[in-house]
Ligand binder design. Sequence first.
Ligand SMILES: [Fe+2]
Length: 139
Amino acid sequence: MTAYEWDSSLETGHDKIDLQHKQLIAAVNRLLDSCSEGKGTDELSNTLEFLNSYIIKHFSDEEKLMRFYKYADFERHRWYHEEFKKDVRELTSQLLAEGPSEVLIGRVSSAIVDWLLNHIKGDDFKFASSIAPVAEARR
Ligand SMILES: [Fe+2]
């Protein structure tokens, strides 16, 4: 499986948020690297453990920023975060119920990457562009 490349089309322009998005992509890449070394199933629970805690931190940081800027679409954006937290919890339950497998690794990596890339390019960009003029004005 090939690693996911970070590129400038994913940058929201907010250093903290971009850094956290990079960490999330890096976690998936670590999982895929372990797969190519034949250690993917060992790594899967570490990946899910990391994701469960890191997305809580990441989403809460994003939501703090949204509250600070009184972002109009905050509730909808937050709903997407909650849904994704549920998806990651669901994948974790699957791991506990079924044990690690190549199939589950595929499910985890594509669920995370698909969601994240869509979310960054859609909702996070919308938010970032809505606060950019305010941020500019503060300089
Ligand atoms: Fe978000």
